[in-house]
Ligand binder design. Sequence first.
Ligand SMILES: Nc1ncnc2c1ncn2[C@@H]1O[C@H](COP(=O)(O)OP(=O)(O)O)[C@@H](O)[C@H]1O
Ligand SMILES: Nc1ccn([C@H]2C[C@H](O)[C@@H](COP(=O)(O)OP(=O)(O)O)O2)c(=O)n1
Length: 235
Amino acid sequence: MSALVVAVDGPSGSGKSSVSREVARRLGLAYLDTGAMYRAATWWCLHTGVALDDRAAVAQAVRDLPLDQGVNPDAPHVVVDGTPVDDAIRETRISAAVSAVATNLDVRDELRRRQRAAITEQADASSFSHGRGIVAEGRDITTVVAPDADVRVLLTASEEARLARRARDVHGSDDAASVDATRDQVLRRDADDSTVVQFHVAADGVVTVDSSDLDFEQTVAAVLAVVEQVGGQRA
Ligand SMILES: Nc1ncnc2c1ncn2[C@@H]1O[C@H](COP(=O)(O)OP(=O)(O)O)[C@@H](O)[C@H]1O
Ligand SMILES: Nc1ccn([C@H]2C[C@H](O)[C@@H](COP(=O)(O)OP(=O)(O)O)O2)c(=O)n1
């Protein structure tokens, strides 16, 4: 059978990174975190002193981005110009700035090109480096990057659930103050990102999984069930 391509989109805190990675692990597939690419691009611009409001300079910096990203779900790594940036790209300063880069349409063209190349490489049985196919997740994978993926999932969750999860991640607590402190990272960023790509409503043929009332294990099981149901119908 040919390689399996699973595309997962969703807003911040819906669980798409952690759930997609675990689904990839269980199915023995590669895993591509496309949000990490936008984060790495942002880190690179700040590191090299490119002003984020200079759209042409940002686009050029991203075309030159020396990015090495691993697709093994057991050991994902993001290296820029020889520097491991796995932790640095999760810092609040990057989360706060990333939408400025992700809403630059020339940046999107370049990163989408690289994402399609990574997916194609893993989907081609003669060149894949990890597993028999790939789970790729982000905001526009089901709609723009890989609209012909075998399985397409929109992972959603209520605003309340997403804020509480992010607050626990960043502040170690989901008390009122911690939730308030994550509003910018989650809601403002999703609003900004939504100006260039639609990830709140499932496109035709995309299956919605709402994780609001599911725990992590249940969400993984729900996505695996979609893969089995939809992916199982492949020739
Ligand atoms: N269904 C779930 N229930 C509870 N917590 C979850 C669930 N899915 C993910 N999480 C947790 O919520 C946090 C945010 O998940 P993450 O995968 O980073 O979301 P996203 O990539 O959509 O922003 C992580 O700590 C993750 O372990
Ligand atoms: N395919 C993608 C993936 C991410 N992005 C943007 C949107 C987000 O603000 C950033 C970072 O994405 P990431 O998935 O790491 O963000 P969250 O973990 O969901 O908060 O990149 C995008 O525009 N298109």
